[in-house]
Design a protein around this ligand. Sequence first.
Ligand code: AMP
Ligand code: MG
Length: 470
Amino acid sequence: MTLRLPFDNSYARLPERFFVRQPPVPVAAPRLLALNRPLAEELGLDADALASEEGVAALAGNAVPDGAEPLAQAYAGHQFGGWVPRLGDGRAILLGEVVDRHGRRRDIQLKGAGRTPFSRMGDGRAWLGPVLREFVVSEAMAALGIPTTRALAALATGETVRRERALPGAILVRVAASHIRVGTFQFFAARGDEEALRLLCEHAIARHHPQAEGPMGLLRATVAAQARLVADWMAVGFVHGVMNTDNTAISGETIDYGPCAFLDAYHPDAVFSSIDAWGRYAYGRQPGIAAWNLAQFASALLPLMGGEAAIPEATEAVQGFAPLFEAEWNRRFAAKIGLPEDSPQARPLAVRLLDLMAAAGADFTLTFRALSEEAPVPEALAALPEWGDWHAAWTAQDPDRARMRAANPAIIPRNHRIEAMIAAAEAGDLAPLETLRAALSRPFDPDPAHDPLRAPPREEERVLRTFCGT
Ligand code: AMP
Ligand code: MG
């Protein structure tokens, strides 16, 4: 069996200043830790060939497969609100693009593939923890029906990376609609490179928003895609954790799973990332931050829109985020409490429920799922004096439980399970990884064998801090 990757690399055909051609740096002893066979199939790739020695060498960056044109993409970005004119792929190499079985163009990227001209002080590598975290969480998001980059494979490198301590090295093979970010546009805007901006705009429209007309159309389509995406996150209690403009994809996919986390106890101010000291990217701040990032996108596009004269229309397009997001949020939370989308009671009941959940510190996923299954809600919630009134008002609306079960996952990638899975993998035990993968592939219709994975963490199991893993 021979490995054949039918590459067709549109990004590599853009001008040379969009990237630096850079092969991955080979690793000592590559070993496959996880392979996503259904995704390989979707991409039109032979999973057995990927798992072969030749396949593993390609996925680890030890051999550049035929047709690949490896490169590191250039981009800039606002990180925690601060402008960084040059970021770029410091530890990721785009191998190339394939057109999948549905005719969609997909990037294949190796994350942790070695140093590039964008690496600055970094070693260009990744360690096992963040690689397995991204593998599991991005695939869980896909199973939840949320737009996201995907994980094709995770590999051990047989090398050690130095962080606070020596850690096992790993590579994630990431698949994305593209890796074009708000920060990619910002990179060229900051250089006053209008020609590059125009080419990037045309490229992004063709790839992601073919119905959009010109830069204003691209802006509006991206605003809408981000409004849907962030509403999706809010509806499953996802905290991205590092919503910098370089981590905001024009495609509307979730990208860059660093210190992300799913809520256990609900609170709008919940923050997990160790580097988010001020809670800029707290759960409840995500819609506002997405709008801020889109305003940066509008600024970057302005030269293509005719400059200052376009500011009012661009502003109006960005301000369109709020009503779009609210409509998307209303739709999802109406489904979560089993009410019709157009029910005037849905939003006030959902908002009130969240307030009570915050007051009780109720587990987000468990509460909605318990209501869906007519099971008891968390004790602290049921014990609130206001609970009875809310519950009576809600049941009076005759909620549709089947609809709720399709909207409220029973199983999410809980932080404490992820951390335990990583610790086991570090010790050479991949069984918890396999169990998590299997359970998370059926979030709405779980196998009873996976019931233990539904439980929130006990007090001593709670994970309060997550790390970027760079
Ligand atoms: P992130 O926080 O993962 O979005 O990365 C922000 C920037 O830091 C990007 O330009 C990355 O390529 C770069 N970076 C992160 N980790 C490393 C690393 N280990 N080596 C080189 N560059 C890195
Ligand atoms: Mg990033």
